[in-house]
Design a protein around this ligand. Sequence first.
Ligand SMILES: [Cu+2]
Length: 463
Amino acid sequence: MSPSRRSLLVGAASLAAAGALSSRGARAAGQKTLRLQTRQIEVGGKAATRYGVVQPSGAVGLVLDEGDIFDVRVENTLKVTSGLHWHGLNPPWQQDGVPYISGPPIAAGQSADYKFPAVPAGTRWMHSHFGLQEQNLLAAPLIIRETAAIKSGHQEIVVLFEDFSWTKPTTILDKLWRPASGGMAPGGMAMSTPDYNDVDYDAYLANDRTLADPQVIDVESTGDVRLRLINGSASTNFTIDLGANEGTLLSVDGNPVEPLKASLFPLATAQRADILVRLLGDGRAVMVLARGEGRRLQAGVVLRPPRAAIGKIPLEDVVEGPAVGLKQEVLLRAIRPLPVRRVDRSVPIGLTGSMMGYSWSLPVHDMTGAPVTVVRGERVELVMQNETMMAHPMHLHGHSFQVTEINDRKLAGAIRDTILVPPHATVKVVFDADNPGIWAYHCHNLYHMAAGMFTTLVYRGFT
Ligand SMILES: [Cu+2]
């Protein structure tokens, strides 16, 4: 039996199925189609062919409403094996889209079906979890609009930020394995100063465009707009900069937090931020910029009230983007925290790197390669201790966790699926083990993940 046939039979609760595009019948009523395909974008006046996720209508990604069923067929029209992971949704484990862990990847010319409740609502995203395809922009927004957001009537603006290189991802990784200097790899434990980014990108993109030709979005002269910002980069932590404007943070990773006013918002790789921006009626355009950590490069979009003038925005700022840390994180409070409960199981996780080449690991109980094991029904605590000089955006699949402690400071923090652990920091998160299966748990820096910072979360006796 082929892997795709086998996946057809996994049971009524998980309908992941695969078949040749040519032999499939008409899609079921209500089912949406997402196509993995190539497309052309323009960077620095040159055309670049990259991957994308597009509906037959031409819409990029997917928008659903709270309460909807996620009923999707993914058609792989690429010439390579691929797949999509639903980042921030908590589906049955077989439908999580991580190749060889959730199920088989989708071969060229094949499709796979997914059907499960679209929970939790909020700003999510989708991306390939296959090889280094994410660096080739195989990512798109996945928005489950909250009932409250729909009722508010606010204009919503979705922005996917990405990092772009003319160099092939495999070449980027090769260079990281073998630095030209022959010296120590970046992030090595012997380095004493923080290292922000291993990769020197050629551009940052906001909805596929650089600031040479940014997306300009028409808005009313007054009122509020809701930004749904997604850091879909492969390995860049951004700071969102609203300039002279202030915004109100409504949710992080799609999960509501007590409103927080600021003009700068840290956004680590794979994280999301929903920010309400009030238009002041002053007729001025509002820039929404993402500045790369330790880099001058930036990307962004422009909100244009009627008749507002738009000046040229430089591709590079005069100063480097600030370090992305947890100063704002400690201020965040979940609006819907986990129920108060004792931790049943606390698991120490090391975030480690080797001085020998570009090698990262994620030892569990000091055992590199071991999974985190839990029992259904437990309250689980992950204690992540970063022993390196790089920050790691840590992502757990299939669960939403709450941030409970940052460097010995206890808090009833945000509910998230991705938390940044800065150099030499210790961060504790807790979650309820309520979604049995085998789940990926890893650093969301694509190159750290590829070089070993990856493990799994496994439920004992879950079948
Ligand atoms: Cu990392």
